[in-house]
Design a protein around this ligand. Sequence first.
Ligand code: UD1
Length: 417
Amino acid sequence: MDRFIIRGGKPLRGVIEIGGAKNAALPIMAATLLSSGVNRICRVPDMKDVRTMYGLLRHMGAQIIEGGSAEIDTGRINKYEAPYELVKTMRASVLVLGPLLARYGQARVSLPGGCAIGARPIDLHLAGLQKMGSKIELEAGYVIAKAKRLKGAVIHFDNPTVTGTENLIMAASIAKGNTVLENAAMEPEVKDLADCLVSMGAKIYGAGTSIIEIEGVDCLAPIDNYAIIPDRIQIATFMTIAGITGGKITIKGCSLEHLEAVSEKLREAGLQIEQTTEGIKVKGGREIIARDIKTMPYPGFPTDMQAQFMALMSVARGTSIIRENIFENRFMHVAELKRMGADINVDGNVATVRGVKNLKGAPVMATDLRASASLVMAALRAEGESVIHRIYHLDRGYERMDEKLIALGANIKRVSD
Ligand code: UD1
């Protein structure tokens, strides 16, 4: 298991590039199952969750050439299952359920694992598919779904679920008749998937809003050089790193589109953020000012940035109230940040962060993907040396983060056992 050894205290400066969004790449890769032939996808990020999805598609019979421009040939799919061994580390593997069922009339998908940040059920995915005419059974930890041909339906989500919306858009795109998704997730990654499906011949209207209408078509063409949107969470993480280290970072070729809520809070916290033709320029302020946040579905403040914002607030002037509204168990980074000297109290889904002057290096343990990013941030700021164990969590969703940090002047070393 890899770990990072970080000596903190250096303001990070320089220019970096960010690749495609993990949360758009995974559904778009799953969408290749809706067609037969060679799919070409551009700006595919190189990270562990993406490699897990390659493994899953290969298991089903896909031929794959990996890379930034990836080729996924779905002409010989012969297994319609996602086994536990492959999906236990990645909840997003549930994204193959909708496409398999719509295209092949059957799917056997292990119940998802992934980050241990709460119960994270998939009841809304299953209820939607049932409404479209699928039979669904749960057997020994597997979802077994069958349908002759899915039929369009009106589906109302009690919660706007991101992967649930994506599963149903994919299923509905080749179902018979029209589907309406109400209270759908509005995340940019949902819109990116829909744009990709439209480029394959799907008829989808309203993606990016809370009501999405899909007119089912008989078949879709393979993906022809569709480029995935940049990863807004990685961009926002590096913006926050500029803030916590008092540095100056340019994120090349990226825009602040999709980052409104985060950049507003970071500006209020004292960061200077500028959109230029080169990209986003972020400069840490002289001091960090405490600000409150509450996580919300898009366009609100993303839960995937909560831990990183908390790291920033741990060294702010004043007290910050952080309310986590999406996942019930997403404060596991708190105990580790406290080991580094942060002053944080948790009561239910509310964390009260009293800013301290500085953090101190310590050995800490990464517990989930975004929590690991917050620990890296804290270590980059802290006095002395930190060792961050279980970096595999970070590698799931950050593309070569250590190399990018070294390019910005960080003192960080990856050690493998
Ligand atoms: C996706 C993102 C993840 C992000 C999250 C919220 C991917 C691959 N992952 O996860 O990075 O943190 O959105 O922005 O895109 N829920 C139910 N029943 C369901 C489904 C969800 O009750 O069937 C609840 C969840 O417990 C949670 C809320 O709905 O409280 C939102 O979860 P959801 O949007 O589904 O998260 P994911 O799609 O798993």
